[in-house]
Design a protein around this ligand. Structure first.
Ligand code: PLP
Length: 395
């Protein structure tokens, strides 16, 4: 009799997006031809930038020529891509060797796959509200999970609690769903906790490109002593519109070792066993993101999303509603007015404002009473949604 991974049966069904779709479809059935303003979207809407598209086209041509054709790429990533990332980190005085950088097909793959490095006998701390994949990947891996709720009081960036012993800690900054960012001081507290407790931090930097405040770290390696305790996982999905193109990177410092085992060496072994790398074409397109013209063009796109965020923040300010995010992140997380629950707010926005957003409760219990708006929608709809938010909520 085959033994299956029983932990799959412990996964909780996620009703969040299913419920949103159900309610939205029911509304549209009753009110056909209504144009809904979709601010729940977690996907990007702007296309790849010109420099990336040109690099992709050229790479396709390379693959069609005997002289420039590439077969398998190195499992851990092509040197030209890893060098581009190394140089990107050096702009913030983070010194990495290319051997510490691994090309990936995106952050989602890595956030779960990385758990191969750890035995099932571990406790994982997840700060909530959280990106749902953290919990699910750790349930599948059989880890014990500690949910650390965060709140408006700590700006949704909790500090470590030394009475809690965790082996693996997920930190996401800028955060999905709250848009909150961890300051250097706050991240240093977690690095100190991890080093004292022999824990590892998995730092999700998927939204680092949205940071505009100079003092906010883009990488955990901007924090002293973090190379002894942290893995960083990042992605070009939101940075450069790669959600459908798929490329990211993971950093595992050479200094990261526990019980005489080196995590960088273990991950090399893992990748050389479990993947044959990211395609040459995609890595060429991804490397182009880090060229001068690539950086200029992706920043123009990010600015367009930020403009959307600004319009929404102004509307919330006008209504006197508390929120975080928006400034250094594509998400705005607001406190539902009049003590409404997050689904109550969803229904009100849908029925009265024709706006579809994301109820905070879907990201963990402590998200009830909060609501996520995304700036990834189109400009006209966002401007109209902001107007309707003011009509609905201004006292
Ligand atoms: N991490 C966070 C916090 C995200 O919000 C997302 C996607 O929405 C990802 C990771 C996944 O990114 P990718 O498209 O690279 O798999």
């Amino acid at each position: 009799m085959i033994n299956l991974n029983e932990h799959y049966s412990e996964l909780k069904s996620s009703y969040l997006f299913y419920n949103i779709a159900q309610k939205t479809n029911a509304y549209l059935q009753k009110n056909p031809n209504t144009h809904l303003l979709r601010l729940g979207i977690g996907d990007v809407t702007l296309p790849l930038c010109k420099t990336v598209v040109e690099a992709l086209h050229k790479a396709v041509d390379d693959q069609g020529n005997k002289e420039t054709f590439h077969g398998y790429m190195p499992e851990c990533g092509a040197d030209f891509y890893k060098k581009a990332i190394k140089d990107y980190y050096s702009l913030r005085n983070v010194d990495l060797s290319t051997e510490e950088i691994f090309a990936s097909s995106g952050a989602s793959d890595e956030l779960g796959d990385i758990l191969d490095l750890f035995s099932s006998n571990n406790t994982t701390l997840i700060m909530e509200p959280a990106y749902p994949a953290y919990v699910d990947a750790n349930v599948i891996a059989g880890h014990k999970i500690i949910h650390l709720p965060s709140s408006k009081d700590n700006g949704f960036t909790p500090s470590p609690d030394y009475s809690i012993k965790a082996d693996i800690i997920y930190i996401c900054s800028p955060n999905n769903p709250t848009g909150a960012v961890f300051t250097k001081e706050k991240l240093s507290e977690w690095v100190e906790y991890a080093n004292k407790n022999n824990s590892v931090i998995i730092f999700d930097a998927a939204y680092e490109a949205f940071i505009e405040d100079d003092e906010i770290p883009h990488s955990i390696y901007e924090i002293e002593n973090s190379k002894k305790c942290a893995i960083e996982i990042s992605s070009l999905s939101k940075t450069a519109g790669f959600t459908g193109t798929r490329c990211g990177y993971t950093v595992i410092p050479k200094d990261l070792a526990f019980n005489g085992m080196n995590l960088n060496e273990m991950w090399v072994r893992n990748r050389t066993t479990k993947t044959n790398g990211v395609s040459y074409i995609i890595q060429k397109g991804a490397a182009a993101v880090f060229t001068a013209s690539g950086q200029k063009e992706i920043k123009e796109n990010i600015l367009k999303y930020k403009q959307n965020a600004k319009v929404l923040m102004q509307a919330l300010d006008e209504c006197g509603i508390w929120y975080c995010g928006g400034k250094n992140a594509p998400y705005i997380w607001f406190k539902c007015p009049n003590n409404m629950g997050s689904w109550e707010t969803f229904d009100l926005l849908l029925n009265k404002g024709k706006i579809v957003g994301t109820p905070g409760e879907g990201f963990g219990k402590c998200g009830d009473g909060f609501f996520r708006l995304s700036s990834f929608g189109n400009k006209e709809d966002t401007v109209e949604a902001a107007k309707r938010l003011v009509e609905l909520f201004k006292k």
